[in-house]
Each structure stands twice: as C-alpha cells, then as structure tokens.
Design a protein around this ligand. Structure first.
Ligand code: SAH
Ligand code: SF4
Length: 363
C-alpha cells in the first residue's frame, strides 16, 4: 500500500477528486500528517468517517519507532529507529548553543544527523557504516518519518519555531544513491504546510556521485535548494580510489571537480568539502597543497574531520598539531577551512561510527 507520509501537498490536492473530496481537503490531510503527526486516519477528525475509511484503504501511515536512545556526556543522543520491516537505522541529535562576544546565550540550535539508507554500498575504507554493506534504501516516507519522529521527540513543533533546526544527511548511507526518495522527502519536509524546515539549514552530504551532483544543481525545490557537501577525503585519484572505491566511472576527481565548477550556485552559496584526516595517509603538507590546487576557483569551504576510530579499522587519527598545520596550509591558500569538533564519540555517534555497534545502555 502507498504510504501517505511521502505524498506531497500538491499531489494530495490533485488526488482529491479521485477520492471524492474537495481540493481543499488535500491541505487538511497533508497538515494532519505532517504537522499534527496523526498515526491513523481515524484521528483526522475534519473528515467524515466514510472518507477516512477510503483513505485508510489506499494510504498507510507508519512512523518509525524509537528502539533505543543512547546519550553522550556532551548532550548528543544517538537514536536507533526501527522501520516497518524491522530494519534499523541510526540518527543523531546534536544540541548546540550560540553565544555572543560577552558570553551571553543568543539561542539554542539543534542539528539532526539522519540516514538515507540502511547501511551503505560505497565501501569507504575508513567508515564503519561501510562494514554493514547495503541492506536497502529508505523510502521517502521513512526519511520523512525519521525526521518527524525526532522533531516530536524534542518537542519541536512542525511549522513553527523550526528556524534553528538544521538537518544533515550524514548518517548511514549515500543519499545520492537514493536520489528520488531523498528529493521527494525534502520537498515534503520543506513545505510550509508540513514540517517547514528551511532549505538553507539542510545539508546533503555525498561521497561524490557525479551525475547526481549535476542533476541536483538543476533540481526544482519550491522553497529553495538544500546545501551540498562533498566528501573529498583524498588529494589525488589513486588515493581516493583506494579510500572511497566508488564504481561509477565518472571521470575520477577531474570529473567531480568539473561538476563542481559548473554547478549553478545560488546567491551566497558554496559547497562544503569534507576531508577526513587519516594519520600518515592523507594528512601531509603535500596533500594539503594538492587539495588547494583542486579547489582553486571553486566556491568551497572545507571541513576537516580528524578520523573517529571504530570497529578495528586500520587507521589512526592525526595529532592535533598535524590537523592545525593542514588547516593553516588551506587557509593560507585562501580556502575557508574549519575543524569539525567531534561529538558523541563516547557513544559511537560521531561521523562514520554509525553501524549499530557499542549500542549498550540507553537513556
Ligand atoms: N555517505 C555520505 C554521507 C554520510 S558519511 C558521504 O560519504 O558523504 C558523513 C561523513 O562522515 C563523510 O564526510 C565521511 O567521509 C565521514 N566519515 C566517515 N567515516 C568517518 C570516520 N571514521 N571519522 C570521521 N569521519 C568519517
Ligand atoms: Fe557510505 Fe559515506 Fe560511509 Fe562512504 S563515508 S561508506 S559513502 S556512509
């Protein structure tokens, strides 16, 4: 049965006549699902019982359930979410506070890191998710459900007060290998009549699926296109082929950078390049120089992430001095470069650690 959770507002409107309902009912239904979070059609009180029954016969409503919560000492919470077929994915809640120069609390900010697939097929050597392999992609309804369940868990009411909520697709999976479902879910989540998430506060992170990067640049989003991040993680082709063995044959790093150079940037838009620093592998000054060369003339920002260990993978994290030296090389070359603070490492919630391991305990 089709899931009601992934139907867009305009689609509901268009389908009303076929269900014998007036067009305005489409908006009521969309709001009931995406703002009130109803879990059954019988809860949509505005509709007559026979109309609810007709909807129930055609559309399912299934929200993911929270199977486990694990809380870090830094406030991060890792969630294990269970889908309708019993498969499980992880998502992470990252609370943050912003202060002014006098140390006064300006506002609280919330980031949710969510998954696009159960496991991942890309097989990056340094990533724990890769050890799971790909089980399956999430449906658009499951992506929407994952976000909505987290919003509700944190008392964040859809459609209101969500201007400080960030969403990053940096959990399990390669979002651009689940492209159509991702785009559909984002259209639903950014609708004003739904969760009302701001597109500029959403980031989709890809390992570099070049044809989808090009397609993303042309994608129509009524509320603006979410931001793009690319996991670069290497400074030359041979290194990247080894670390991120994508089998897409799309022209290697030159093909990737060509797509980035031709990307139709929006006003003030830049692409974030993530770079996981692996001690003695990709963290030398020569690597930094090559990265600078690659990014010359690109509207780029770089996020450096010192490798988070896990699962017996054969890498180590560079010393702090090396990370700082790598950063200053890039900054000296004119590229805005930031060091990502690891969050939730103690509960295996940090980047690349999402593989349902260390899930002991709960909160
Ligand atoms: N599949 C997508 C999004 C999920 S991974 C992608 O690869 O972009 C999110 C980020 O975590 C990526 O930038 C990835 O390079 C990084 N990452 C993976 N394993 C890591 C680890 N062990 N330590 C730090 N970052 C890691
Ligand atoms: Fe998949 Fe991203 Fe992990 Fe690579 S880094 S295996 S693409 S989740």
């Amino acid at each position: 049965m089709e899931s009601g959770l992934e139907v867009e507002l305009e689609e509901w409107r268009a389908r009303m006549p076929g269900l014998g309902l007036a067009a305005y009912r489409g908006q009521q239904i969309f709001r009931a699902l995406q703002q009130d979070g109803v879990s059954g059609w019988d809860q949509v009180r505005q509709l007559k019982p026979e109309d609810r029954q007709r909807l129930a016969a055609a559309f399912s409503i299934h929200w993911p359930s929270i199977a486990q919560r694990v809380r870090s000492e830094d406030g991060t919470i890792r969630y294990l979410l269970e889908l309708s077929d019993g498969k499980r994915v992880e998502a992470v809640y990252l609370p943050d506070e912003e202060f002014d120069s006098d140390g006064k609390l300006l506002h609280k900010r919330t980031t949710f890191c969510v998954s696009s697939q159960v496991g991942c097929a890309v097989n990056c050597q340094f990533c724990l998710t890769a050890t799971l392999g790909l089980s399956r992609s999430l449906t658009a309804a499951e992506i929407v459900g994952q976000v909505q369940v987290l919003l509700r868990e944190h008392g964040l009411r859809p459609g209101r007060g969500l201007d400080r909520v960030n969403l990053v697709f940096m959990g399990q999976g390669e979002p651009f290998l689940n492209y159509a479902n991702l785009v559909r879910a984002l259209r639903v989540l950014t609708s004003d009549e739904g969760a009302g998430l701001a597109a500029r506060r959403i980031t989709v992170s890809t390992s570099g699926i070049v044809d989808k990067i090009r397609r993303w640049g042309k994608e129509e989003f009524p509320r603006g296109r979410p931001r793009l991040a690319i996991s670069l993680n290497a400074s030359h082709d041979e290194q990247r082929q080894w670390l991120m063995p994508l089998h897409h044959g799309q022209g290697g790093m030159a093909g990737l950078l060509a797509a980035v150079r031709e990307y139709p940037y929006q006003l003030r838009e830049y692409i974030t390049f993530e770079y996981v620093l692996l001690a003695g592998v990709n963290d030398s000054d020569e690597d930094a120089a090559r990265v600078l060369e690659l990014l010359r003339g690109v509207r780029a920002k770089v996020n450096l992430i010192a490798w988070n260990m896990g699962g017996g993978l054969p890498f180590s994290s560079p010393e702090r001095e090396r990370v700082l030296a790598f950063q200053s090389r890039l900054v000296a070359g004119g590229v805005a470069t930031y060091i990502r603070r690891p969050r939730g490492r103690d509960i295996y919630a940090a980047c690349g650690q999402l593989a349902a391991v260390g899930s002991t305990g709960g909160c």
